[in-house]
Design a protein around this ligand. Structure first.
Ligand SMILES: C[S@@+](CC[C@H](N)C(=O)[O-])C[C@H]1O[C@@H](n2cnc3c(N)ncnc32)[C@H](O)[C@@H]1O
Length: 309
């Protein structure tokens, strides 16, 4: 869906002096495409993962000072722009979730297919690991996380087993958790939805990185940073992420006028225009090429008015 992201942002980035923020640099694939497609644009790239910054830094080096890479959590976007002396930007891109590098590097602990320390922090310099969540959270809290972030129907059953086992010995590695999940699920639950540990791993990752609370602050902040005519594109991989994006865009695209006004004054007019009808999905060819793209949902919006004072 890279090309579609570029098309959505294009009208705002073709003008000289345009600034685009890639809030999720990862390996720099989207950033590289943005810099090549829009030769007069300047790019600010954020990532909370230092290894991602190092790798994308190498990839984007040929673009020189057109690319400025910053170690930051994306809800820090307003502070980052402030520091760089940038008042408004013409484009913002979010490609949410984990990068293929994070999934493939076994020792980061994101993947359930390999035994590794249960870490899952995107920024390994700060925060609590997945093992700490698993070993210290109250059972009720773990059930909520597995249900809400992993959509795991067997959350109670898994958490009972986790609590029983952690009392004997705290969890440190992924293989023991994967085995425990497999053993605690009924046969019927094991037959559907791929690896039975997938949903629990996703839930732990979202909790460890505070992904939804950060996103909840970041999307409105990004919309606020857009100049009039500026555009934002967001690729989500989880229904809760997509719902958050949908809500922020829908609120921006609606009038805030009290009902019944014969004429809607300027200050109540919508600030956003939606650029996608609902969420756009990957094509079958894209999924065949890259299985990880299957759950992707793309939404875009354009700023059409200043924030009312
Ligand atoms: C799906 S990858 C992006 C891949 C990228 N578009 C590319 O072409 O290589 C998501 C990236 O966003 C980063 N990330 C996730 N949540 C973040 C956050 N809250 N703040 C900053 N970076 C974040 C991850 O560390 C990861 O590198």
């Amino acid at each position: 869906m890279l090309q579609r992201c570029l098309d959505l942002l294009a009208p705002a980035l073709a003008q000289p002096g345009a600034v685009v923020v890639d809030c999720t640099l990862g390996l720099g694939g989207h950033s590289e495409a943005l810099l090549s497609t829009f030769p007069s644009a300047r790019l600010i790239g954020l990532d909370r993962d230092k290894e991602a910054l190092r790798l994308s830094g190498e990839r984007l080096a040929p673009f020189g000072d057109r690319a400025e890479l910053v170690h930051a959590v994306y809800d820090e976007l307003p502070e980052v722009l402030d520091r760089l002396g940038i008042a408004k930007v013409q484009g913002v891109l979010f490609d949410l979730g984990v990068s293929s590098m994070q999934l493939d590097e076994a020792d980061r602990g994101f993947a359930y297919a390999q035994d590794a320390p249960l870490d899952m922090r995107m920024d390994q310099t700060t925060g609590v690991s997945a093992a700490e969540v698993l070993n210290t959270y109250a059972p009720g809290e773990l059930v909520r996380i597995l249900r809400q972030y992993g959509e795991e129907k067997q959350a109670k059953r898994i958490v009972s087993a986790v609590v029983r086992e952690r009392e004997k010995e705290p969890f440190s590695n992924s293989a023991r958790l994967v085995e425990l999940i497999r053993d605690s699920l009924p046969q019927a639950a094991k037959r559907t939805g791929g690896n039975p540990a997938k949903r629990t791993f996703q839930a732990l990752r979202i909790e460890v990185n505070g992904e939804l609370s950060v996103l909840e602050a970041a999307i409105p902040a990004a919309v606020k940073a857009l100049a009039v005519e500026g555009r934002i594109a967001v690729l989500s991989y989880h229904s809760l992420e997509d719902r958050l994006v949908k809500q922020v865009f829908a609120a921006g695209a609606a009038t805030t006028a009290p009902p019944g006004l014969p004429v809607v004054p300027e200050r109540y007019q919508p600030r956003l225009k939606l650029l996608t009808r609902g969420a756009e999905l990957p094509t079958e060819e894209e999924i065949a090429e890259n299985r990880r793209a299957a759950p992707a949902r793309l939404r875009g919006a354009q700023r059409i008015r200043e924030e009312s004072p």
